[in-house]
Write a protein that binds this ligand. Structure first.
Ligand SMILES: O=C(O)CCC(=O)C(=O)O
Ligand SMILES: [Fe+2]
Length: 307
């Protein structure tokens, strides 16, 4: 397993050692990172570096396909398939697979983009490994709040987004992705190992850069983490800015929400001092609403606020 010497004392991003999350101290650190930032890096995550490198090559090759081919990547959910540049995010493109656990979804994607059997095998191996990691982290987050029973994220919907930023020396200072919160529960992000640009908002509404850190993943919490935790976890506001003139790639594996069930805070997190904050809702309805009302930020969740 990789051994990294890290500047652990630095305040941000918090670094969580996945292998230590069975220890009380690390679990407390995880909880604090989720409450304060909604974002943390993970080390000792057990995803083989060769698998990550192979996956990056697949993502690069898919993004190198002609635009006409990439546009065939369509999904029934808002923002699920190919997303091209927009006036607010002119350098950004994404390819996606919604509901990776469905073989129908994977079949469609592979035929739309002429994915080779070898590329498919790498995507499936990466998806399975990172999904296992994402579920483990979600369960540790639940445990950190004292929720053990019924916190099973194994069968929740999960999605791939392959992001590409067409940065050049001329675009330095331009936006990559506009300010938003993710609609998901959490995203395990393989951010670019060389090209920075991701920034997260701190409690004083200033943006803090997240420098690349090879060999690690970044975990970002989205709106569902806030709703599920009854307001305890922070859904991190973030953006990507062009800071240097090189193409940037990132691979997000997102745990979204329960399949065909409501997103709602477990009973352990609702009490006299913490009344239920959000009405139960279905993830897909929330995502469609966020897109149709054009509210990319955390304000979208307030539409479900009870009091
Ligand atoms: O590319 C990144 O580092 C962040 C991407 C992102 O914010 C997203 O996929 O929601
Ligand atoms: Fe995001």
């Amino acid at each position: 397993m990789q051994v990294l010497s890290l500047p652990m004392e630095e305040k941000f991003p918090v670094v969580i050692d996945v292998e230590k999350t069975c220890e009380e101290e690390e679990l407390k650190k995880l909880r604090e990172a989720c409450e304060r930032w909604g974002s943390f890096r993970i080390i000792n995550h057990s995803i083989p570096p060769t698998l990550v490198a192979d996956m990056k090559k697949v993502v690069e090759a898919l993004h190198d396909l002609p635009l006409e081919t990439k546009k065939r990547n369509t999904e029934a959910i808002a923002g699920g398939g190919y997303v091209g540049p927009t006036p607010l995010s002119p350098l950004y493109e994404a390819i996606g697979i919604y509901d990776i656990s469905s073989s129908q979804s994977m079949n469609n994607f592979c035929s739309q983009l002429h994915v080779s059997p070898q590329q498919r095998q790498i995507m499936e191996a990466y998806g399975e490994a990172v999904h296992g990691l994402a579920v483990k982290i979600a369960q540790k987050m639940a445990e950190s709040l004292g929720v053990v029973e019924g916190a099973d994220f194994e069968d929740w919907l999960y999605e791939f987004r392959f992001n590409k930023y067409n940065f050049t020396p001329e675009t330095i200072g331009s936006p990559g992705v506009r300010i938003h919160t993710d609609s998901s529960f959490l995203s395990v992000l393989k951010d670019d190992e060389d090209v920075g640009g991701l920034e997260v908002m701190d409690s004083s509404s200033s943006f803090v850069p997240i420098p690349p850190f090879p060999g690690t993943f970044l975990v970002n919490l989205g709106d569902i983490a806030r709703a599920w935790s009854n307001g305890r976890f922070c859904n991190v506001t973030h953006r990507v800015q062009c800071k240097e003139g090189n193409k940037r790639l990132s691979i997000a594996t997102l745990i979204l929400g329960p399949k065909n069930r409501n997103v709602e805070a477990p009973e352990e997190l609702v009490n006299h001092d913490h009344p239920r904050l959000y009405q139960p809702f279905v993830y897909e309805d929330y995502r469609n609403l966020k897109v149709s009302k054009k509210i990319p930020t955390k304000e979208a969740l307030e539409l479900f606020r009870l009091a």
